[in-house]
Write a protein that binds this ligand. Structure first.
Ligand code: ADP
Ligand code: MG
Length: 397
């Protein structure tokens, strides 16, 4: 069975409620990364072509009290989107009430409107985040069809996704959600082999579920980044002042046993004495890290080994940078892998994780990767093999 998408919908003249993920990083009212906005555009354009009336909504940040609303309005995002679409977007600064209802009722075919941050409803008893039944029902009453395109919140049961879906006749995936299902779901369920996973980032504890699931599904799991040192220490090596999770050593031992030679660890590291870009750097083998040194990147031998292995892959899933890529001197591992992926022509490459995705885009490799996920936590849970509520609610065709 396949999930219904907007391709399957007849929405001529209908009011389509579209849950997008416009939870974008902002700094002082300015959008600092517009990837999620850009990724929502194909769905909006497709619905316009299908002669729909469009109501967009999203959450932005976390809102617990009145003061949290400061800087969390969706208005600047509506303005940015309006520029990108080159058409006006009516922004309604409410999440319910007569102004919102009137605005929706007066929509014409081809109109696009957006209402305010759904989490403003969290001030009064977490109605959005706890999926208050009345709120979902109310939002559902505004439209005829519900389209979920917010992958970034698909791992949550909120009023603005699951709540609406339970109170409306027709529920379809937007094109972005469809893409996330196709690539991440496809890699986990039915990958072209060899299927290699690369896992890095800061902590093992964030990614235990992903390592466990991918050890079952992938042909190899390559480990780099900060989480390497917990595995190294579990094997009895000195890791100096590198990041280690001491309470995860037993877990690391268990994963090493379970993974055997499927789990491929780094052999050498770039080490330095302080968490800085500017100190003296040397390459240390795994048995040669000194007590006053910290590893901030994989070493050249490991990069070579990983690059060689990846050349034969048909599917690659990558989550988590291989070093502190924010420091130029420790970005080589991450950059090297990005370079390799650029040159793999017949390979499906998928990148998940908030920091990894941002790194790839900011380093200029957006087009080199088949699919860069818009979900951080959601992509991790999906890679863990969990059913995501925001996907479960979509009708089957
Ligand atoms: P993602 O968001 O892609 O899932 P994480 O949040 O797990 O990734 O980790 C990203 C962070 O991990 C980056 O800020 C990076 O600097 C850090 N990191 C990577 N390698 C190391 C390391 N060896 N030591 C300390 N931090 C590291
Ligand atoms: Mg992160």
């Amino acid at each position: 069975m396949a999930k219904k998408t907007i391709r399957d919908l007849d929405v001529t003249g209908k009011t389509v409620l579209v849950r997008v993920d416009f939870n974008v990083p902002m700094d002082d009212g300015k959008i600092t990364d517009d990837n999620r906005i850009r990724q929502a555009i194909p769905t909006i354009n497709a619905l316009l072509e299908k002669n729909a009336k469009i109501v967009l909504f999203s959450h932005l940040g976390r809102i617990k009290e009145e003061a949290d609303k400061e800087g969390k309005s969706l208005k600047p995002i509506a303005e940015d989107l309006s520029e990108k679409l080159a058409r006006p977007i009516k922004f309604v600064p409410y999440t319910k009430g007569v102004e919102l209802e009137t605005a929706v009722a007066s929509l014409q075919v081809g109109d696009v409107m957006m209402f305010e941050n759904t989490r403003f409803e969290d001030i009064d008893g977490n109605k959005e985040s706890k999926n208050d039944p009345e709120l979902g029902k109310y939002w559902a009453s505004l439209g005829d069809v519900f389209v979920n395109d917010a992958f970034g919140t698909a791992h949550r049961s909120h009023a603005s996704n699951v709540g609406i879906a339970g109170n409306i006749d027709e529920v379809a995936a937007g094109l972005l959600l469809e893409k996330e299902i196709k690539f991440i779901g496809g890699a986990v369920e039915n990958p072209k082999r060899p299927f290699y996973a690369i896992l890095g980032g800061l902590k093992v504890s964030d990614k235990i579920g992903v390592i466990e699931n991918l050890l079952d599904k992938a042909d190899k799991v390559l480990i780099g980044g900060g989480m390497s040192y917990t595995f190294l220490k579990a094997q009895g090596y000195e890791v100096g002042t590198s990041v280690v999770e001491d309470d995860k050593l037993d877990l690391a031992k268990r994963l090493l046993e379970k993974g055997k030679d499927k789990l491929v660890l780094a052999d050498d590291f770039k080490v330095t004495k302080e968490f800085s870009n500017d100190g003296p750097i040397r390459v240390a083998n795994r048995d040669d890290i000194k007590a006053d040194e910290m590893g901030l990147d994989i070493g050249p031998q490991t990069l070579d080994k990983f690059q060689d292995m990846l050349k034969e892959a048909k599917t690659v899933v990558w989550n988590g940078p291989l070093g502190v890529f924010e420091f130029e001197n420790f970005a080589k591992g991450t950059l090297g892998i990005l370079e390799t992926l650029t040159n793999l022509k017949d390979t499906t490459t998928i990148l998940g994780g908030g920091d990894s995705a941002a790194a790839a885009i900011s380093l200029g490799y957006e087009d080199a990767i088949t699919h860069i996920s818009t979900g951080g936590g959601a992509s991790l849970e999906y890679l863990e093999g969990k059913a995501l509520p925001g996907i479960e609610i979509i009708d089957e065709t």
